[in-house]
Write a protein that binds this ligand. Structure first.
Ligand SMILES: [Zn+2]
Length: 383
């Protein structure tokens, strides 16, 4: 009888104490999940120490991390995905390109047999030795692992030649429908619900590592590095004092003057925007809050690549033209704020020098940008 009492008491305690905790947990999880993505996306501290972070990286690491960020940006992936990949590369290789001399100590008769047979190992060792012929920062000997993510040719990640290219390894790491391995071995995007995992958990799941804690110690450093290498991470809202009371700002505030204006006759057509000259790579900021409704790098509607178009509501859109693909930081569907770094000046397409071709559309028809901006407190021909 006494035992039954104890059991009942425990059951009541479980219900009274644990159930609310579970409920709260579910609630917290729900709130957490409703926030876009499940990870720590606060980069304020990382953005305040960019210079120190850059100094701590060598050229090889910058090369690897830049490759990761470029691939992720091209795939339209967010900061979480970038941070997961950088965390993984730091944990696996300190973000360096490893060749492999094939001298892993295989011990026949041990659990090594579960990883691969001795005959298979001899073959893998001979293959991976070929990695020494490709540019590398270090030489390792962990099975036949190579490159920044320590992917193994014998596990189907790719050929030695492919895996010695950090861009290829980043593509394989992210995986998904555009990845080289079509889910086998699977990458980050092949994991259902990866956005709800922590950075370390997600890294561990892709790598199938037995030591998830190894990734945890690199997440903060990875986010610092991301902020230092990817300019778009810290540039959001970096120009609050340049925004007028109406919520608009000059998209290239460092420029001075216009090189060509709206309405000028060009052989056979009328110039539909204002041209704002500035050196290649100069940041272009969203002129006002809005949603990116188009972002592509084709010649389209008589305009040059690349183009980003932002819908500001009320029938007003702004169009930014002539960027290079690497200078496009805003993707279709992105919500942007006035002053957010959305692109970099380029001279792509039908262009005689680096400049922003800026258009303002009202209900789908180009109007005079200079006049429109002047009505919103900004003279486009002066910084
Ligand atoms: Zn133009």
């Amino acid at each position: 009888m006494k035992n039954k009492w104890v059991v009942t008491a425990v059951a009541v305690a479980v219900f009274v104490v644990i159930a609310p905790v579970l409920f709260m947990g579910a609630l917290v999880l729900l709130i957490f999940m409703s926030d876009e993505g499940g990870h720590d996306t606060d980069y304020a501290e990382a953005c305040s120490q960019i210079d120190e972070t850059m100094v701590s990286l060598d050229d090889g690491q910058i090369h690897v991390v830049t490759a990761i960020v470029d691939v992720a940006t091209e795939l339209g992936l967010d900061n979480d995905a970038k941070a997961i990949a950088i965390t993984t590369a730091l944990a696996e290789s300190k973000a360096r390109i490893y060749a492999n001399d094939g001298t892993h100590q295989y011990r026949p008769g041990t659990q090594h047999e579960n990883i691969m047979s001795y005959a298979a190992w001899l073959e893998a060792a001979a293959v991976v030795k070929g990695s020494l012929a490709f540019p590398h920062d270090q030489v390792g000997r962990d099975w036949d692992s190579v490159g920044p993510f320590q992917q193994r040719p014998s596990a189907g990640w790719g050929s030695v030649e492919e895996l010695m290219d950090p861009i290829y390894q980043a593509r394989a790491f992210f995986g998904g429908p555009q990845g080289p391995n079509q889910g086998s071995p699977g990458g980050l995007l092949d994991i259902p619900g990866w956005k709800d995992l922590t950075i370390a958990e997600a890294a561990q799941r892709v790598q199938g590592s037995l030591y998830p804690d190894a990734y945890m110690q690199y997440t903060a450093q990875a986010q610092n590095i991301l902020a230092a290498v990817d300019t778009s991470v810290c540039d959001e809202n970096s120009n609050p004092d340049l925004i007028t009371a109406e919520g608009w700002m000059h998209p290239v505030p460092t420029s001075s003057g216009l090189s060509s204006r709206f309405g000028e006759q060009r052989g056979g057509y009328v110039h539909a925007g204002d041209d704002i000259p500035s050196p290649s790579g100069t940041p272009i900021y969203a002129a006002a809050d809005g949603v990116v409704v188009d972002s592509h790098c084709q010649f389209k509607n008589g305009r040059s690549p690349c183009q980003v178009r932002v819908d500001h509501g009320g029938g007003i859109e702004t169009l930014y033209v002539h960027m290079y693909p690497s200078g496009v930081h805003a993707h279709k569907g992105d919500r942007v704020q006035a002053g957010q770094h959305i692109a970099d000046i380029g001279s792509n397409g039908n262009s005689t020098g680096p400049h922003l071709h800026l258009e303002v559309w009202r209900n789908g028809t180009p109007i005079n940008p200079y006049v429109f901006f002047l009505e919103h407190g900004i003279a486009l021909d002066r910084p």
